[in-house]
Design a protein around this ligand. Sequence first.
Ligand SMILES: Nc1ncnc2c1ncn2[C@@H]1O[C@H](COP(=O)(O)OP(=O)(O)OP(=O)(O)O)[C@@H](O)[C@H]1O
Length: 265
Amino acid sequence: MSALQLINASARLGGRVVLDGVSFEVDAGELVAVVGPNGAGKSSAIRALAGLLPLSAGEARLGGDSVSRLTDRQRAERVAYLPQERRIAWNLPALEVAALGAPFLSGADASAAALKALVEVEADHLAHRGVAEMSGGERARVLLARALATGAQTILADEPIAGLDPDAQLMVLERLHDRARSGQAVLVTLHDLTLAARHADRVVVLAEGRVVADAAPMQAMTPDVMTRVFGLTARWIETSDGPLLSGVRYSDGSGSGVRVESSEL
Ligand SMILES: Nc1ncnc2c1ncn2[C@@H]1O[C@H](COP(=O)(O)OP(=O)(O)OP(=O)(O)O)[C@@H](O)[C@H]1O
C-alpha cells in the first residue's frame, strides 16, 4: 500500500480545470519530485493530498484511506504539509512556531521535537528570534522545521527550497532525502530540474493539470519532454556531481524557433 496516492484526480478552481485525471503515488522510503511550468497544477496536487482542495472526480489517499473521509486530526497525524505561502501571522519565536508542528505532544516534548527539527535544518541559532524579524530564507527553514517536527508518515513540501541560498537548498534536499531513507514518504515540488534529477528517486512531470511523465529522473525529464512541457531545447550533461541540465529557450516556445537565451537550469 502506497503512503499517498492520487487516483484519476480532477479538480477545478475559479471555473478552470487545474487537475485533469492525475494519478501518481509515493511509497514509504521514496522522495518524489513534482515538476512542471508555472500553473501546471503542482500546488493543487499537493493541496489535494493534504485534503485542502476538494476533488470533482477521483480520489486522494493517505495511508490507503481516502483523504476526504479522514478527520482533521487524522490528517494532521498522517501528513506534514509545508505550503508555498510562507506568511506567519504572529511574531512568535522560531521554537514556538516549530513546536506548532507537534500539536499531539505535551509542552516539554513539543519543545524538544521543535528544537531537534531546528537543529536538523541548521536553524537552532534562530530558536529564540521572532519569525517576523527574520529574512525570507530564515523563515523558510523555520517552517520546514515545523513540518519535520510532526513526525508524520508523509511529508508534502511545496517548493521547500524557493528563496534559499545554494548551500541551504542542498541542505534541505539532503534532510528530506534522509527522512525518506528513514521510512517516510516525501513529495516535493521543485523548479530546479537539476536538483530534482540529483535528489529525487522519481520525478512526476505535470503540465496543464495532467501527468506527462512519471519515472526515474532521467527517464521522466527527457529532452523530448523538456521541449513539449517547457518549450526548451535541453540536454543533460553528466558531471562528477551528477547530471546537469543545459537548456536553450526559443522565442516561439516550440524548441525549434529563434534562439533567445541560454542558461543552466
Ligand atoms: N484560488 C484560485 N482560483 C482560481 N484559479 C486558481 C487558484 N489558485 C490557482 N489557480 C489556478 O490553478 C492552476 C494551477 O495552479 P497551481 O498553483 O496548482 O500551479 P503550480 O504548478 O503550483 O504553479 P507555480 O509553479 O506557479 O507555483 C493555475 O492555472 C492557477 O492560475
